[in-house]
Design a protein around this ligand. Structure first.
Ligand SMILES: Cc1ncc(C[n+]2csc(CCOP(=O)(O)OP(=O)(O)O)c2C)c(N)n1
Length: 639
């Protein structure tokens, strides 16, 4: 029984709790997190790691007035539990239930919907500035950011700005030595050194004060002495890099010691100007299997914490498009020593671990730095490499400008593998890969492909690696399907006609293809003969086949698991318009112009009528509407 959590009405009650009570509350939060995992997959290790930090923060600040942002937001569960959402917690990540990320619609304690890493400091600098402008200078501003998110370029843009604003801002660096995988890069080494140093506390301040009393005089020997003095200070004071940006650095301190953190928070609250408090936590803390294997336990599948065997079987997930992509990438690296693969901290999500092991020289993890990943790939391509940028569709949005300038404008052969394209379901709107077809197809030189099945995915990567312009391939978070058919080879701008039909045509971009075929099958049983085309290319479109369908068919329905605004269906409309074909019989289904809430994938697809039943239903309606079309009206489309 979670005695304290069940009764907790407001996080302000934490202010009057004893350390023993807070520690009891920490246990109850961990129980609740473990309980959740026995019901569904969710973020786990990161949440276990911040339980004490969350309690220290809420027992030191009043976030009904003070400001708090958890960067990325995947570690928000303890915060949700103490801010009035314990009794709904069981609904998290389900349709109509709590979101797995911060959500202002749920609670005033959540300031922004977040899910993409790195923006917390910028946003908080802005909030600080706004509060100051409104004369609300008493409101504390706190951003909690992980060591994985820290290297994101935007964090340093914010730091650079802080050096000018010198605003009252507390950044808490939650250092657990992990991104999803172990962190990488120069900052990782720097933080490793800081972790090894004793906490930067008053004692060192005193030493620095003494050193400060050493006078600085003019002759070379004294200048040397001054340099030594600065060197000693730097050695004593590991957080110099942050101080260069205008922060007062404190730490590193134990992020599982609530009492200690409260002392520090009390102290730093009184400091004028920006402060960075470095706390050390352990991902998975309090549940040993998660602490031992935080990579697997970042978002583990549903399991029963007391029953290890279930966990072992749950590790064997069905074969997903991501697996197909990872194997296809491995085979490219094997064939071609100049082929490389670049991930932005998503080695695990992209299932690239076997690729990393087999091809260490051709594998590059650049950290959560998508913009850099793309510009880096452009640089490699310039030298004759064939880089494959393997990034989730939603995170690739970060690199929009590098796709434009560094890749497309130079016409460099970089291949983009856009994983999680479409509806990622339980993560919700921050993670749906809705926009990639719209944002990729606008750039000259870019080829945009949407495989209809696993076979297409492999063949498209083959095609891309021998094609001399930028290419992109999108595939969803779904089980891979291999359609049994005699498939035609991938040719630039050539669709695959699976059936021509009589009563209408389904024109599909990507993996909804199998549901289009199912829908056609159902309707065949009702005497309706539909054609199905696997478009394969969103750009360039197969203008010959599509124009023919637009001219000859009573209706054409485009199907895509992507935003309707600017997506595949829009491209077909543009094609029709360019060819002066009347497109009044063209309908489009896809992701509408609104943010789609989290739910199970099958629920979201059904809501948007993107499953087989929905596609069949839409086609039935279109048949009813357009069946009466006589030959004259069809012929008039050619004009
Ligand atoms: C822009 C962006 N890229 C990638 C991700 C995927 N992602 C989610 S959490 C995470 C690791 C974050 O590490 P850290 O900030 O250290 O937090 P921790 O989980 O270690 O607490 C990554 C890479 C993301 N959310 N946003």
């Amino acid at each position: 029984m979670n005695r304290i959590l069940a009764e907790l009405k407001s996080p302000l009650q934490l202010h009057s709790m004893s350390l023993a009570e807070l520690s009891q509350l920490a246990d109850e939060i961990r129980n609740t997190l473990c309980g959740l995992l026995s019901r569904r997959s969710a973020h786990f290790a990161s949440n276990l790691g911040v339980v004490e930090l969350c309690l220290a923060l809420h027992s030191s600040f009043d976030f009904s007035r003070d400001r708090l942002i958890w960067d990325t937001g995947h570690q928000i569960y303890p915060h949700k539990l103490v801010t009035g959402r314990y009794h709904q917690f069981d609904t998290i990540r389900t349709r109509g239930g709590l979101m797995g990320y911060p959500n202002p619609a749920e609670s005033p304690y959540d300031l922004f919907v977040t899910g993409h890493a790195g923006c917390s400091v910028s946003t908080m600098v802005g909030i600080r500035s706004g509060d100051d402008l409104h004369g609300e200078t008493d409101r504390h501003a706190v951003a909690v950011i992980g060591d994985g998110a820290l290297p994101s370029g935007i964090v340093f843009e914010a730091f650079n700005n802080v050096a000018i604003t010198k605003s009252n801002l507390l950044v808490i660096l939650n250092d657990n030595e992990m991104s999803i995988c172990p962190r990488v890069g120069g900052l990782a080494s720097y933080l490793d050194r800081l972790r090894g140093a004793p906490a930067y506390t008053g004692f060192k301040n005193e030493v620095v004060n003494i050193l400060n009393k050493v006078p600085l005089l003019g002759d070379p020997a004294e200048r040397l002495l001054a340099q030594i003095k600065e060197g000693v200070k730097a050695g004593l004071h590991g957080g110099m890099m942050f101080e260069e940006f205008g922060f007062r650095y404190f730490g590193p301190i134990d992020g599982h010691n609530i009492g200690l953190m409260r002392k520090y928070l009390k102290m730093v609250k009184k400091i004028e100007g920006p402060v960075l408090l470095h706390v050390i936590t352990r991902k998975g803390h309090g549940f040993e299997p998660a602490a031992e294997d935080p990579v697997f336990f970042h978002t583990p599948p549903k399991f029963v914490p007391d029953e290890a065997p279930q966990l072992a079987t749950s590790k064997k997930a069905a074969r997903a498009y991501t697996d197909v992509a990872s194997e296809a990438i491995a085979s490219q690296l094997e064939k071609n020593a100049h082929a490389t693969v670049i991930t932005a901290a998503m080695c695990q999500g992209n299932k690239l671990e076997p690729v990393r092991e087999r091809f260490p020289k051709q594998f590059f993890d650049v950290g959560i730095c998508e913009s850099h990943a793309v510009a880096f790939a452009a640089g490699q391509a310039k030298t004759g490499c064939r880089p494959i940028v393997d990034i989730y569709s939603t995170f690739l949005q970060r690199s929009f400008d590098q796709i434009f300038q560094e890749v497309c404008l130079q016409n460099l052969p970089v291949t983009f593998m856009m994983d999680r394209a479409g509806l990622t379901a339980n993560d919700g709107p921050t993670h749906h890969g809705a926009y990639d077809m719209s944002y990729m197809r606008i750039f000259p030189n870019m080829v945009v492909m949407a495989p209809g099945d696993a076979h297409d995915l492999r063949a498209m990567l083959d095609f891309a690696m021998s094609h001399d312009t930028p290419c992109s391939i999108r595939y969803p978070k779904d089980n891979a399907i291999e359609l049994s058919r005699r498939s035609t080879p991938i040719e630039l701008g050539r669709a695959e006609i699976l059936a021509w039909g009589r009563d209408g045509m389904i024109l599909c971009a990507g993996t909804p293809l199998v549901d289009c075929l199912r829908a056609a099958e159902t309707l065949r049983g009702e005497g309706i003969e539909l054609g199905v085309i696997n478009a394969r290319f969103v750009k360039p479109l197969d203008s010959e086949t599509i124009s023919k369908a637009l001219r000859e068919m009573p209706f054409v329905l485009t199907v895509e698991e992507g935003a309707l605004m600017g997506g595949f269906g829009s491209a077909v409309l543009e094609l029709g318009n360019n060819a002066r074909i009347d497109c009044s019989h063209l309908s489009r289904i896809g992701i509408p112009d609104r943010f789609v809430e989290h739910a199970d994938r099958s629920e979201v697809l059904a809501d948007l009528r993107l499953d087989a039943a929905g596609i069949a239903g839409t086609c039935r309606e279109l048949v009813a509407r357009f069946r009466g079309n006589d030959i004259d009206s069809i012929a008039s489309r050619a004009r």
